[in-house]
Design a protein around this ligand. Structure first.
Ligand code: KIV
Ligand code: ZN
Length: 388
């Protein structure tokens, strides 16, 4: 098996999404949960950005023992020094330094030449190495970067000591096939690439962050950067739970790859992040949405009750749910009602179910869901409640 390192950036890129900020205490709670989840690396923040960010990275560094703590730094001495200071107590600490490498960012934002970008990056990596042996370099906006320049800056930063080189699709622009080829090209054309791990960091502007990350793994990436619930700038980052469950569920396709993630902790982690950031998870979000393991239509309910695999490709227990949810609504059939009654402890024969059925359909037509309470009330009212 080949190990894919999971680099979680919920506390940095995720927290950068509008409305998602957390205080230090909240970040520590998330960090502890990420450690339980089994992330290899957690990016705890951007220490130069604010005093709060510095404190959070510093506190998390003191507490977390199993995961590596990464601190983000622009390729500038003051950033790297601050990041180095913040992770000084970490059992395993990493400095993650970055610079924009696309023409548009170098010319229009940072006002630097290609030579200057290389020099700043090499100097930043060398300085970072004085704090920790574990240094990551990111070529921001790599997917819109001149490819020969990208090969060149990766080669120079690896020679300077970078142990991981990250290829961000910063603006979520790339397509799976294209990105796969890019990673393959990096493996082939960067002469010292075997001295570093290739990482990817995909944003979801076109809804392709997970697909791009998975394609990159097939082509040589061995670290993926992602967030819980796909939180992150704009449309978010690649969702950790989707990448991990894709690798696990489609082992037939991704056979040789595995992660250290304890998938049974996914739901708990998702809910904690949602609660602390105030960012609600859409109901139909893959893996962690309320509907991801819920069935409402009669035909699906009937199938799942008879045999789970008829309409479920994952076992809900694998992500930390007790079981899938049979939701009673206007599409539900008698079989689902019978199962629900049994679950609620109501003994009802076929006649009782037949009597209830039209009433149930009327309620379901009027509202979206029929709650357990409404079912119980009906059977109480009709003195048919015979609790087992
Ligand atoms: O999206 C991006 O390019 C980033 C970098 C700082 C890695 O978040
Ligand atoms: Zn990002």
């Amino acid at each position: 098996m080949e190990q894919i390192k999971i680099f979680d950036t919920t506390l940095r890129d995720g927290e950068q999404s509008p409305g998602a900020s957390m205080n230090t205490e909240e970040k520590i709670r998330v960090a502890k949960q990420l450690e339980i989840l089994g992330v290899d690396i957690m990016e705890a923040g951007f220490p130069l950005a604010s005093e709060d960010d510095f404190n959070a990275v510093s506190e998390i560094s003191k507490i977390i023992k199993n995961s590596t703590i990464a601190a983000l730094a622009r390729a500038l001495p003051k950033d790297v020094e601050r990041a180095g200071e913040a992770i000084k107590d970490a059992k395993k600490g990493r400095i993650h330094t970055f610079i924009g490498t696309s023409n548009v960012q170098m010319e229009k934002q940072f006002n630097i030449t290609k030579e200057k970008a290389i020099q700043l990056s090499v100097d930043a990596v060398k300085l970072a190495k004085t704090y920790t042996p574990d240094v990551e370099f990111s070529a921001m906006d790599a997917t819109r970067t001149d490819i020969d320049f990208l090969y060149n800056i990766l080669e120079k930063t690896i020679a300077a000591g970078a142990t991981t080189v990250n290829i961000p699709d910063t603006v979520g622009y790339t397509l799976p096939e294209e990105f796969g080829k890019m990673i393959k090209g990096i493996k082939k054309n960067v002469p010292n690439i075997d001295q570093a791990i290739i990482s990817v960091h995909c944003h979801n502007d076109l809804g392709l962050a997970v697909a791009n990350s998975l394609e990159s793994i097939k082509n040589g990436a061995r670290q993926v950067e992602c967030t819980i619930n796909g939180l992150g700038e704009r449309a978010g980052n690649a969702a950790l739970e989707e990448i991990v469950m894709s690798l696990k569920t489609r082992r037939d396709h991704y056979g040789e790859f595995e992660t250290n993630i304890n998938t049974t902790k996914i739901i708990r982690t998702s809910r904690l992040v949602s609660k602390l950031t105030g960012m609600r998870v859409q109901r139909n979000k893959a893996i962690v949405g309320k509907n991801a393991f819920a069935h409402e239509s009669g035909i699906h309910q009937d199938g799942v009750i008879k045999h789970r695999a008829t309409y479920e490709i994952m076992n809900p227990k694998d992500v930390g749910l007790e079981e899938s949810d049979i939701v009673l609504g206007k599409h539900s059939g008698r079989n689902a009602i019978k199962q629900k009654l049994a679950k609620l402890g109501i003994k009802a024969d076929d006649e009782a179910v037949n009597k209830f059925f039209p009433v149930f359909k009327r309620i379901a037509d009027e509202q979206k869901e029929v709650s357990d309470k409404e079912v119980l009330n009906y059977f109480k009212k009709h003195k048919m409640l015979d609790l087992e």
